[in-house]
Design a protein around this ligand. Structure first.
Ligand SMILES: Cc1cc2nc3c(=O)[nH]c(=O)nc-3n(C[C@H](O)[C@H](O)[C@H](O)COP(=O)(O)OP(=O)(O)OC[C@H]3O[C@@H](n4cnc5c(N)ncnc54)[C@H](O)[C@@H]3O)c2cc1C
Length: 433
């Protein structure tokens, strides 16, 4: 009998695990609640109208159409029943496993302030990105219809909360739109009227990076016109308002990029978790009390040899997926009383800032500016899945680089949006008033 391997999640970790098992003598069931694999590192470009959703998402079935040992299943896992060795889906289907790989990722952490989510969406899904894009575009339309600069102002304010790589990338891209890209298309306000705020509670943005690169990022954001507020905590958020310790910023464009918490599935496992709900796994990525259940990627709390927590980035998830697949391909290593531990090979980190700037730390080599951006671009194109996506993103970037134009500036009505038009100041525009 072939081993039944169930993988929860078709993100970076889950896809890598399944691909690495292409020639293994196992049956794989890959379950995801969406039908697509999403390249999250470029989500901010969908949110800022540079790319279309189809450029950064590919159907999971398409990825495995030629891999005969993979069965792709659309479904949401709600519980893992460890003793019975089954996972339960939302529609109560039970899927049995011999080995389970939990690669269900993370979601944004509002630190208990759940009401904030509605007013300050995070950037995690295609729907989030389209929602943010629509709010930015509607806001500019609204400002164009108002004559008084005082009344216009709130529609020309943009707030990004959280100064990690996502917040930095998002703020830089919004500044390009608000201060440059689309300005020639609006006649009723000027780029100087727009304000883009990046708010970070900690002492500096890009906290995981070297001090010098954090400072470079502040400088480059400043050149783009982003107002970086470091050491500034958000105390409250309500509709169109962000409250700080010493003031309020009014804006319908508030993006949350401050910290993540593990997916709910982890809470159904028999394992200790950290404060962010991530599973504290054994050195071989398995649960300390269940060696046939592995957790990988953003849902995991694991430290490197120096005691530093591994970052929630795609290379960690992919290397962990490869590690678990290699164990499964080697029955003796899998059955060994003590399995060889997982080791993360850190190849570096980078964050892009606007159209042609970035910061990068490649194994101690610190780069910033155009060269870092060129490296960032090449790496992101290479890691996209599918030749069509790579080609299309490359063409879009070249077009954008030389023309400064953003092609995907569509406002569409999408009833499933988390923010209903009725509750929302921009609703009248959505409804065509
Ligand atoms: C905006 C943004 C920008 C980022 N930029 C970068 C970057 O530049 N570089 C970098 O390295 N990393 C970046 N990251 C982080 C990177 O995307 C993650 O570290 C990586 O996706 C983690 O992989 P994963 O497999 O653990 O989870 P994910 O890739 O998040 O995949 C999880 C999958 O599980 C599915 N799922 C979740 N719950 C269930 C359920 N209950 N049932 C079934 N399926 C479920 C989801 O639909 C999803 O497909 C970024 C993340 C975000 C959000």
């Amino acid at each position: 009998m072939k081993r039944e391997v169930v993988i929860i999640g078709g993100g970076f970790g889950g896809i890598k695990t399944a691909k690495m098992l292409a020639k293994a003598d196992v049956n794989i069931t890959l379950i995801d609640k969406t039908n697509h694999h999403l390249f999250q590192p470029l989500l901010y470009q969908v949110a800022t109208a540079a790319l279309s959703p189809g450029d950064i998402a590919v159907p999971i079935r398409g990825i495995f159409s030629k891999q005969k040992n993979v069965k792709v299943m659309l479904g949401e896992v709600v519980e893992v029943l460890e003793e019975q060795k089954v996972v339960r889906l939302k529609d109560d289907r039970l899927i049995p496993f011999d080995t389970l790989v939990v690669a269900c990722g993370a979601k944004y952490n509002y630190f208990g302030n759940h009401a904030w989510e509605k007013h300050a969406p995070g950037l995690k899904t295609i729907s989030n990105a389209l929602n943010i894009r629509e709010r930015i575009l509607l806001s500019l339309e609204k400002a164009d219809q108002i004559d008084s600069p005082e009344e216009q102002q709130k529609y020309l304010n943009f707030v990004v909360i959280g100064g990690g790589p996502t917040g930095v990338e998002m703020a830089g891209a919004i500044a390009e739109i608000a201060k440059r890209n689309m300005m020639r298309d609006y006649t009723n306000f000027s780029p100087e009227q727009t304000h883009v705020y990046l708010i970070e509670a900690g002492p500096r943005i890009l906290n995981g990076y070297d001090d010098s690169l954090s400072q470079k990022a502040v400088d480059m954001l400043g050149e783009l016109g982003v107002e970086v507020l470091q050491g500034t905590a958000v105390t409250h958020i309500e509709q169109d308002k962000v409250f700080l310790e010493d003031g309020v910023i009014e804006s319908p464009n508030i993006v949350w990029a401050a910290g993540v918490v593990a997916n709910e599935v982890i809470g159904t496992l028999d394992v200790e978790t950290d404060r962010a709900g991530r599973a504290i796994v054994a050195p071989d990525m398995s649960l300390p009390r269940h060696r046939d259940i592995f957790v990988i990627g953003d849902a995991v709390h694991m430290k490197d040899d120096k005691g530093n927590l591994l970052p929630a980035v795609a290379p960690v998830a992919m290397q962990q997926g490869k590690y678990v697949a290699n164990l499964l391909k080697d029955p003796a290593a899998y059955a060994a009383a003590e399995r060889k531990p997982f080791r993360y090979l850190d190849k570096g980190s980078m964050a892009t800032i606007g159209r042609a700037r970035a910061v990068a730390d490649i194994r101690g080599l610190k780069l910033s500016g155009f060269l870092a951006w060129a490296m960032w671009s090449v790496i992101h194109i290479l890691f996209l899945i599918g030749f069509r996506n790579r080609l299309h993103v490359f063409v879009e970037w070249m077009w954008h680089y030389f023309t400064y134009k953003r092609g995907v500036r569509l406002i569409t009505e999408r009833p499933s949006d988390p923010v209903e038009p009725e509750d929302d100041v921009l609703g009248d525009l959505r409804k065509g008033a």
